[in-house]
Design a binder for this molecule. Structure first.
Ligand SMILES: Nc1ncnc2c1ncn2[C@@H]1O[C@H](COP(=O)(O)OP(=O)(O)OP(=O)(O)O)[C@@H](O)[C@H]1O
Length: 593
C-alpha cells in the first residue's frame, strides 16, 4: 500500500556527490539554479549596480597592471643607461600608478564583500522560508534522513557559496582579461626563436608566448589531476565537522539527563567516534594537499627564473635591453599567473563545487518532500463543511508501511471531549500527529473545520530561549497579549511564583520543572483560546489534584473547545465524555463515559 503512495522514507537516499565526475554541464546548471533568482529578485538593481562597479574595478585593476608593466621597461632602461632624469620621472610615475592601484584594490575588496553579504542575506532568508514552509524541517526528518545538518547548509554553505561564486567568477574574469592583455605584450616583446636543424632552421614566432602557454597548461593539467579527490574530501570534512559539533551541542542540551545517568563515558566514546571521522578524513585531505603543495610550490619557484631563462638568448644577443628583459619577466609572470589561476584556486574550486552540490541537494530535497506530502501523502487533510472534525477511513502506518491503527472513523463536535487510551507504542501520539497533518504515512481523510484555531500540546512543550513572557506566549509575539491577562492565566495555572519574572531571559526548559513546563502549556491554551485542543500526555508530570484543577479550568473557561487527550492515567476518564481505546494490534473502539 505505502509503496504506491510513495509515502515512505525509503524513497530518499540523500543527494549523491560525484565530485568533478558530476559533469560540467550539470555543475553549471546547479550554479545557475542557485544564482538566477537573486539577480532577478526585488534587490536586482542594487545587485546589478554593485556587480557593474565590481566589474569596472576589476578591469581597471588589469589596466593599471599593464601600465606598471610598461613602466618596468622605462625604469630599468633608465637604470641601465645611468639616466638620472628618466629615473626620477619614472619614480614619479610609479607613485601615481601605485596610488591608483591602492584605491582600486581597497574598493574592489570592499564592494565585493558588500555584494557578498547582501546576496548571502537574500539567500539565507529564502532558505529559511523554504525550510520552515509547511513544516518542511519536520517532514524532512521523517522522509529524507539523507539531508544531513541543514543548519550547517544554511549558515556555513551559503556563506561559502556567495563568497566563492563572486571571488571565483570575478577572479576568472580578471585572469582572462590579464591573459589577453599580457599575451599581446609578450608577443610584441618576444620576437622569433631560431632553432637550427643541421642545414635547416626552425623559426618560432612569438616563442615566449608559446613557452608561457605550455608552462601554464602543463601545470594546470597536472594540478587538476592531483587535486581532483579534494572535492569529495572537502564535502565529507564539512559533514564530519558538523556531526561532531552537533553531538557536542546535544550534550549541552541534555546535560542534566546525561549527568543523572552518569553517561559521560558513553558520551566520550560517542565524541571520540565522531572525531575519528573528522581526523581520518582530514588526514586524507592533508595527504592530498601535501601532494598538491609539493607540486604547486615547485611550480611557482620555477616560474621565477623560467621567463628570464627563456628570454636570456635575446638579451645576450643584444636584441633587448635590461628594461625589455624585466618587462618580459613581468609579462610572462602575468600570463602564467592568469593561466595558472586554476592551479592557485583548485582547492577553492573543489570546495565551491562541494558547497554547490550540498545546497542544490538541500533545496531539491525540500521541494521533493513537500511535493510528496502535498500530492502523494496517503492521509489527506481537507476543510470540513460543518463545525465537525471528521476522520474517514483513517489508516495510520509506520514509515516502513506497517499498519499501526485499523481504519478509523471518528466524528467530533464543538465542546466534545475524547480520551485516547491504549498500551504504550500502540500509536496514540502518532494518531495526534496525523490529526495535526505532521504524519503523512497511511491512507484516508481528515476534515477539519475551516478558519478555527487548532492547538496541539505535546508532553514536553518547546520553550524558546528568551523572556518568560515569550515562552508563555509562544508562538504568538510578545506584544500580542497584555501582561494583566498573562498574570491572570499564570495565577489560574498555578504559576504565580513566576509572575514577577516575565522579563527574565533564560533557557526556561532547563529551569522549569517538567510539571511547571506543562503548566506553561496550559497558560498558552488559556491565552490562545483554541476551538480544537489536542493534548498528548500534557498532564503526565502533574499531581492528580492539579490535573483535575486544570481540566476543570478548561471546561469553565473554554466550554466550546473540543478536547482530545492522550494519556495513561485512569483519572483522566472523569474529564472526558468519550473514550477511544486502541489495542496492540491497532483495533479500536469508542465508548461513552
Ligand atoms: N519517526 C518514526 N519512525 C519510525 N517509527 C516511529 C516513528 N515515530 C514513532 N514510531 C513508532 O510508532 C509506534 C507508535 O508510537 P507512538 O509514539 O504513537 O506510541 P504511543 O502509543 O503514543 O506510545 P506511548 O504511550 O509510549 O507514548 C512506536 O512503535 C514507535 O516506535
Amino acid at each position: 500500500m505505502w509503496k504506491t503512495l510513495g509515502c515512505t522514507n525509503q524513497d530518499f537516499d540523500g543527494e549523491r556527490i560525484d565530485g568533478m565526475g558530476k559533469g560540467h554541464s550539470s555543475f553549471c546548471r546547479d550554479i545557475w539554479q542557485l544564482t538566477k533568482e537573486y539577480w532577478w529578485s526585488e534587490e536586482k538593481w542594487q545587485a546589478r549596480g554593485l556587480l557593474a562597479v565590481n566589474l569596472a574595478l576589476t578591469l581597471g585593476h588589469v589596466y593599471i597592471l599593464v601600465l606598471i608593466n610598461e613602466w618596468y621597461n622605462t625604469f630599468y632602461n633608465a637604470l641601465q643607461n645611468y639616466d638620472k632624469d628618466a629615473f626620477w620621472q619614472a619614480l614619479g610615475e610609479f607613485c601615481l600608478l601605485a596610488a591608483i592601484y591602492i584605491i582600486i584594490a581597497v574598493y574592489e575588496l570592499y564592494l565585493q564583500q558588500m555584494l557578498e553579504i547582501r546576496w548571502r542575506r537574500w539567500l539565507t532568508y529564502r532558505y529559511l522560508d523554504n525550510w520552515l514552509y509547511k513544516r518542511t524541517y519536520y517532514i524532512m526528518q521523517l522522509l529524507d534522513p539523507g539531508t544531513d545538518n541543514p543548519d550547517q547548509r544554511i549558515s556555513e554553505d551559503l556563506r561559502l557559496f556567495t563568497a566563492y561564486t563572486l571571488r571565483l567568477s570575478l577572479g576568472l574574469l580578471k585572469a582572462v582579461v590579464t591573459l589577453v592583455s599580457f599575451v599581446a605584450i609578450l608577443w610584441r616583446l618576444s620576437g622569433p626563436l631560431h632553432i637550427p636543424f643541421g642545414a635547416w632552421q626552425l623559426t618560432i614566432p612569438g616563442y615566449l608566448v608559446w613557452a608561457a602557454l605550455a608552462y601554464a597548461i602543463i601545470g594546470t593539467w597536472l594540478t587538476v589531476k592531483i587535486g581532483r579527490p579534494l572535492v569529495n574530501l572537502n564535502f565529507d570534512q564539512q559533514r564530519f565537522e558538523a556531526d561532531f559539533r552537533f553531538s557536542l551541542v546535544r550534550l549541552r542540551e541534555h546535560g542534566e539527563s546525561i549527568a543523572f545517568y552518569g553517561g559521560e563515558r558513553q558520551e566520550q566514546a560517542n565524541f571520540v567516534q565522531r572525531f575519528r571521522h573528522v581526523f581520518a578524513n582530514f588526514w586524507q585531505l592533508m595527504q592530498r594537499q601535501k601532494q598538491l603543495t609539493w607540486f604547486t610550490s615547485g611550480y611557482f619557484q620555477l616560474a621565477i627564473i623560467f621567463p628570464i631563462l627563456v628570454a636570456s638568448p635575446r638579451y645576450f644577443a643584444g636584441q633587448i635591453q635590461l628594461g625589455g628583459l624585466m618587462q618580459i619577466s613581468s609579462a610572462f609572470g602575468r600570463v602564467q599567473d592568469s593561466l595558472s589561476w586554476i592551479i592557485d584556486r583548485f582547492s577553492q574550486l573543489a570546495e565551491w563545487q562541494a558547497v554547490v552540490n550540498r545546497l542544490v541537494g538541500f533545496i531539491n530535497n525540500m521541494e521533493r518532500v513537500r511535493h510528496i506530502c502535498l500530492n502523494e501523502a496517503g492521509v489527506r487533510i481537507r476543510p470540513s463543511e460543518g463545525a465537525t472534525f471528521t476522520a474517514v477511513g483513517l489508516n495510520v502506518c509506520l514509515p516502513d508501511g506497517r499498519q499501526l491503527i485499523q481504519p478509523l472513523a471518528l466524528e467530533l463536535r464543538r465542546g466534545d471531549s475524547l480520551l485516547v487510551v491504549g498500551p504504550s507504542g500502540c500509536g496514540k501520539s502518532t494518531l495526534l500527529r496525523t490529526f495535526a497533518g505532521l504524519w503523512p504515512f497511511g491512507q484516508g481523510e481528515i476534515r477539519i473545520p475551516q478558519g478555527q484555531r487548532v492547538l496541539f500540546v505535546p508532553q514536553k512543550s518547546y520553550l524558546p530561549i528568551g523572556t518568560l513572557r515569550e515562552a508563555l506566549l509562544y508562538p504568538k509575539s510578545p506584544g500580542s497579549v497584555s501582561d494583566a491577562a498573562i498574570r491572570e492565566a499564570m495565577d489560574l495555572c498555578r504559576l504565580e511564583g513566576f509572575k514577577d519574572q516575565l522579563d527574565r531571559v533564560e533557557d526556561w526548559s532547563h529551569i522549569l520543572s517538567l510539571g511547571e513546563q506543562q503548566r506553561v502549556a496550559f497558560v498558552r491554551v488559556l491565552l490562545q483560546k483554541p476551538d480544537w485542543l489536542f493534548l498528548d500526555e500534557a498532564t503526565s508530570a502533574l499531581d492528580e489534584p492539579t490535573e483535575r484543577a486544570l481540566y476543570k479550568l478548561l471546561r469553565e473557561r473554554l466550554p466550546q473547545t473540543t478536547i482530545v487527550s492522550v494519556g495513561h492515567r485512569n483519572t483522566l476518564s472523569s474529564h472526558h465524555r468519550k473514550k477511544l481505546a486502541i489495542d496492540d494490534s491497532g483495533n479500536w473502539s469508542i465508548l461513552n463515559l
